[in-house]
Design a protein around this ligand. Structure first.
Ligand SMILES: NC(=O)c1ccc[n+]([C@@H]2O[C@H](COP(=O)([O-])OP(=O)(O)OC[C@H]3O[C@@H](n4cnc5c(N)ncnc54)[C@H](OP(=O)(O)O)[C@@H]3O)[C@@H](O)[C@H]2O)c1
Length: 338
């Protein structure tokens, strides 16, 4: 069977398809015939050798995927042959808070990921895919969607009538938009592109702001909330957006620090957080419990992920180039098998 392997520290030139032995399940493992996968910014960084943490190599990349169970170990109870399951980002974070996750069990680095025709995986890391989703849609859920849901619901305690600001129109932010709209919240979206903002509007955004033409975007957000600010911010820009997020959040509101697309150096004056009494938290995706709760919400509300473009999985490098271009809206998926 074939798999992508990062074989050395040389970046994308060390990412190649190789022949690997067919996996067999140990007592608590299942073997998945992979149907689809999706890519995240973290995967691009890991494959390019620019991720902030270095993992032991060789490594099969990608945290996200969906597959059909084709073999089960003798003690497996949660899934059976024929089930369609997504891979959880954290192989051993079943439930509870982030302190219950085990560092070093993230799929696609440091443990092997989904870019393969067959993988073996602990049954605890299997999540049944929502029935209303195609394989390509289900493959987009493990990292970006769970991150958005974990932030808004278990952490942010989202209620109907709340206000949420999402930055940009990438995977995490578009899922956050869809979940918050389904929950009855009022959602504001920023983007560098008016065309993408029109798509966000069609998904239910209450107001759209172009952060290129309106760099001081917290001002219209305050106008739209009677000067109060929003209940929750999904923060993906890091140093280039955090100061604006602090101005745009209401007193005592949440800033979920998810990404650092604007770089990984910056200055924060803690007094600004104090003055806003903001609740600032670092995100680390979410548990299987969150993943399963999210899937129930998606099934009830018939939410479909926004899949921007699909590549054959063997064109992983072209998919990364598309992600890096920033042209996408929502998620980029990889077809592996039917
Ligand atoms: N900590 C976690 O749990 C976790 C989980 C998932 C992702 N992440 C991180 O979160 C970030 C977003 O992930 P993603 O998967 O949604 O990425 P993505 O799909 O690549 O989305 C990126 C989008 O963000 C917008 N953007 C880019 N630079 C920006 C900036 N400086 N300021 C504001 N917006 C900017 C752009 O939207 P427009 O084109 O509309 O302008 C861009 O298309 C990444 O840094 C990723 O590594 C963290």
């Amino acid at each position: 069977m074939k798999a992508f392997l990062i074989s050395g520290p040389g970046g994308l030139s060390d990412l190649q398809i190789v022949e690997r032995p067919m996996p067999t399940p140990r007592r608590h493992e299942v073997v998945l015939r992979m149907l689809a996968a999706s890519i995240n910014y973290r995967d691009l960084e890991i494959c390019s050798g620019t991720f902030h943490t270095k993992f032991p190599l060789p490594l099969i990349p990608l945290s996200d995927g969906v597959g059909e169970v084709v073999a089960v170990g003798e003690d497996v109870r949660r899934v059976k042959v024929g089930d369609r399951v997504c891979t959880a980002y954290w192989a051993r974070w079943v439930g509870g808070g982030i302190h219950m996750s085990e560092v070093g069990t993230q799929r696609g680095g440091p443990i092997d990921g989904s870019a393969a025709e067959f993988i073996s995986i602990d049954e605890q890391a299997c999540v049944h895919a929502p029935k209303h989703l195609t394989n390509l849609e289900a493959a987009t859920l493990p990292c970006a969607a769970v991150t958005a849901y974990q932030a808004l619901v278990p952490e942010g305690n989202l209620h109907a009538g709340d206000t949420v600001l999402v930055q940009g129109t990438g995977g995490v932010s578009i899922f956050a938009l869809q979940f918050a709209v389904a929950a009855g919240a009022k959602v504001f979206v920023t983007s560098s592109s008016d065309e993408k903002l029109a798509k966000a509007k069609a998904l239910g955004a209450a107001a759209c702001i172009n952060y290129r033409t309106t760099p001081d975007w917290s001002a219209p957000v305050l106008d739209l909330t009677d000067g109060k600010g929003v209940d929750q911010v999904i923060e993906v820009g890091g140093p280039t957006t955090f100061a604006q997020s602090l101005k745009a959040v209401r007193r005592g509101g949440w800033i979920h620090v998810v990404g650092y697309l604007g770089g990984n150096d910056g200055l924060i004056n803690p007094l600004d957080i104090f003055r806003r009494q903001a609740k600032v938290r670092g995100s680390a995706v979410g548990s299987r419990e969150t993943f399963e709760a999210m899937n129930r919400a998606m099934e009830v509300n018939l939410i479909h992920p926004a899949v921007d473009k699909v590549f054959p999985w063997t064109d992983l490098k072209a998919a990364f180039a598309h992600l890096q271009s920033g042209a996408h809206f929502g998620k980029i998926a990889l077809h592996i098998a039917d």
